[in-house]
Design a protein around this ligand. Structure first.
Ligand SMILES: *Cc1c(COP(=O)(O)O)cnc(C)c1O
Length: 414
């Protein structure tokens, strides 16, 4: 289903991604680093990003689903991987055999996991998740002592090892929000309960991107940034990426599929919500909502064509939209830049988020599977995943690699 990069492509700058991770590690220097690569690395491509994250020193990778984590194992990653979104049926045994760190948010999960670990004949690595005020996944304070006691009993039996206790913020992207100190206090209480029960977790953690950037008290033993590693700010309140030395990793580009002279009064695209105000030149951009261009940005989305910002004229359709070049001209095949790092006059994913009343997270994550990801950046920066990862015994990653992996990110700059 992936198309030709000549039509449209998402360029992924792995050098910027690695540099962002190094910058974030500098902001949380005493914490271990988990690169969150769920949802195909927020649309950037999970396996190439995971490799680059390991090369930049990420001790951990984080995914939502166990399937994502197992895909990383299948791609050769041997380091620590935490996944957190479980549903009945697991796959618990596969996860235990793959040495994943398994998040348990309630007794039901422990009840499914324990028999699977016994059947696998090995100790499962478990991280307990407390709901300290997000009100989503995780174990609430009232149920926490029972979950902790059950986990401790299973640990004493040798079936599991509790490697972590963690939680997640609701409003860290609004740094002054009163829930932030409340969640920190609730997390400390949850840790105290776990310690009194005899648990000695290797890592305690709750910092997503905004907390990593703005709340050193929330760094604990490990930070888990996602969006910031892709060079986007979690929210305007937190700042702009450059404030933290971060650079957007993804650029979304397309080649003009048609350029034509048009008369005044021509209705453009479905519904005719734009009508040419005079004689003009129209350019057709061959990407649409199937590719992740938000239909909600009809009439508002910005795109750099022929040296200037233009605005989507009329509706974004499934596969294409139109821009009105006014008095300017362009050639078929010329590049249209929907978004990029923003330092060559192009809009950013955050500009698209504003245009579509959403967040940058959604703009990059929803770039569709039809759009090829083209990896750019220093080829030597990324290394084959088989040779990376955290060695269980040594506890540190190694960086040696060979050059034979055909999927190794290289310089396919086009
Ligand atoms: C997605 C996610 C993160 C990363 O969040 P960002 O806001 O992108 O930094 C961290 N932890 C958990 C549990 C998540 O689901």
């Amino acid at each position: 289903m992936t198309d030709s990069p000549l039509r449209a492509r998402a360029e992924i700058d792995l050098t910027a991604y690695g540099a962002n991770i190094r910058a974030l590690r500098g902001i949380a220097p005493r914490a271990q680093f988990m690169a969150v690569v769920k949802a195909d690395a927020y649309g950037h491509g999970m396996v190439p990003c995971a490799r680059a994250a390991r090369a930049a020193g990420a001790e951990w990778l984080g995914t939502a689903t166990p399937q994502e984590a197992l895909q990383l194992r299948a791609a050769g990653d041997r380091g620590r991987i935490l996944c957190w979104l479980w549903t009945p049926g697991g796959p618990w045994r596969d996860a235990v055999e793959a040495d994943l760190d398994i998040t348990v948010s309630g007794l039901w999960a422990l009840r499914e996991l324990l028999p699977a670990a016994r059947a696998a004949g090995r100790t499962a690595r478990v991280q307990l998740k407390a709901d300290t005020g997000l009100g989503r996944n995780g174990c609430l304070a009232a149920d926490w002592p029972e979950l902790v006691a059950a986990a401790r009993a299973a640990e004493a039996e040798g079936v599991i090892e509790v490697t972590g206790v963690w939680s997640h913020f609701a409003c860290a992207d609004e740094p002054a929000h009163p829930s932030v100190p409340g969640q920190l206090a609730a997390f400390r209480d949850a840790l105290a309960v776990a310690e009194r029960a005899g648990l000695r977790p290797e890592v305690r953690h709750m910092a997503n991107s905004p907390a990593t950037l703005t709340l050193p008290d929330a760094h604990f033993d490990l930070v888990r940034p996602g969006i910031a590693s892709y060079g986007l700010s979690p929210s305007p309140e937190v700042g702009v990426p450059a404030d933290f030395g971060l650079r957007p990793v993804m650029a979304f580009k397309a080649a003009l599929a048609q350029v034509k002279e048009a008369p005044a009064g021509l209705g453009i695209s479905y519904g005719h919500h734009y009508v040419t105000p005079g004689r003009t030149t129209l350019a057709l951009v061959p990407v649409g909502y199937a590719d992740g261009v938000p239909r909600h940005a009809s009439g508002t989305g910005p795109v750099l064509v022929a040296g200037k910002w233009r605005t989507v004229a009329g509706r974004v359709a499934m596969d294409q939209f139109v821009v009105d070049l006014g008095g300017d001209t362009a050639a078929v095949g010329d590049e249209a830049v929907l978004f990029g790092a923003g330092d060559h006059g192009e809009p950013t994913a955050e500009d698209w988020a504003r245009a579509a009343s959403t967040i940058g997270y959604e703009i990059v994550t929803r770039i569709g599977p039809r759009v090829p990801r083209v990896y750019v950046g220093a080829a030597g920066d990324a290394i084959p995943m088989d040779d990376t990862g955290v060695d269980e015994d040594a506890g540190t990653g190694t960086g040696a690699g060979t050059d034979t992996d055909p999927h190794r990110p290289g310089s396919h700059h086009g």
